[in-house]
Design a protein around this ligand. Sequence first.
Ligand SMILES: Cc1cc2nc3c(=O)[nH]c(=O)nc-3n(C[C@H](O)[C@H](O)[C@H](O)COP(=O)(O)OP(=O)(O)OC[C@H]3O[C@@H](n4cnc5c(N)ncnc54)[C@H](O)[C@@H]3O)c2cc1C
Ligand code: FES
Length: 343
Amino acid sequence: MKDFTIHIHGSGEDESFRHREGDRSLLRSALQAGVGFPYECHSGGCGSCRFELLEGEVDVLWPQAPGLTDRDRRRNRYLACQCVTKTDLRIKVSAAAEYRPKVQPRVFRARFVEALAVTHDILEFRFVGDGPAEFLPGQFALMQLPGVEGSRAYSMSNTPNPQGEWHFQIRRVPNGKGSTYLAEHLKPGDSVEVEGPYGLAYLRTDSPRDIVCVAGGSGLAPVVSIARGAAEAGMFGSRQLHFFYGGRTPRDICGEKFLRELPGYGESIHYYPVVSLPEGDTASVWKGEVGFVHELVRQTLADSIKDFEFYFAGPPPMSQALQEMLMVGHQVPFEQIHYDRFF
Ligand SMILES: Cc1cc2nc3c(=O)[nH]c(=O)nc-3n(C[C@H](O)[C@H](O)[C@H](O)COP(=O)(O)OP(=O)(O)OC[C@H]3O[C@@H](n4cnc5c(N)ncnc54)[C@H](O)[C@@H]3O)c2cc1C
Ligand code: FES
């Protein structure tokens, strides 16, 4: 098996890591070697893992990945999560300590046990791995699914556990290859390849601030994990949790069930659902808030908005609106904001 060396020239000290033939991407080799290679989605969408190729030759796995612009491509830039190499490389990228994995990622087979309904289009898929499930609340894993090109990122909704249980709450996307495979073809006893954990939007147990969780659509899982992790860490003795969930229509609304199971629900844990389109069968029974979730966050937290630790996950437009509202509109410090955009 061939073994290549990747030399990184960035703004700090030069570093290098090994990439073996058969490794799934340069980014995975870098993170598994403990290198702080910048990334966010691990799925070709965000562009955070972009690097400049100075010397050598790479193989691009997904040429149309939206994380690169045509200008990037003309300037010899590549996405580390969407390429492998067949030569030694010299690349330019600014590695940073914050990206170094806090929990060592690994590849393992996980056996599918059961799927439970969360809403009309979200199922909770439960898997068991081959050892303890080690990750931080809020992180995600990559799934390699039979017949599906590329991997799919899914956030864990449970918390780390010695039994090796990995729970994912996955929304079925119309015509989506990965989510359709999971919903229609996966049978109890089947196993899939899982790799992780990854992700930087994990629970900061050392923060003294009250917590705000915001999810939209399929972004439920990581914030449920954050809420559960905070409860297990005993954070609700001295802190409050404000949990916002935005759905399109009333039947999309979910999340409260999981919060009710936590000690402190209604006292230190508060739930705020909002829909953007109060239409359809359930419109007549919807008595709650109507609008966009970032607006409800702004109205609810009002003048105290700078005092919280924020965690959010969901579609890119929701994350963008929240980021702008918090950072530009209210100057909430960047260090207090942790999010995943779900491409
Ligand atoms: C960090 C993160 C966490 C996520 N967590 C969740 C979660 O908890 N629950 C949930 O429901 N969804 C989650 N998602 C979204 C999820 O990863 C999928 O995008 C979604 O399920 C749709 O996948 P699909 O295969 O059904 O749809 P498709 O339209 O078939 O695929 C969509 C995605 O697959 C990837 N992709 C497509 N083609 C290729 C290719 N040729 N090579 C490589 N990659 C390709 C891209 O990322 C694309 O956005 C998360 C996404 C990210 C980035
Ligand atoms: S981490 Fe590679 S494009 Fe997002």
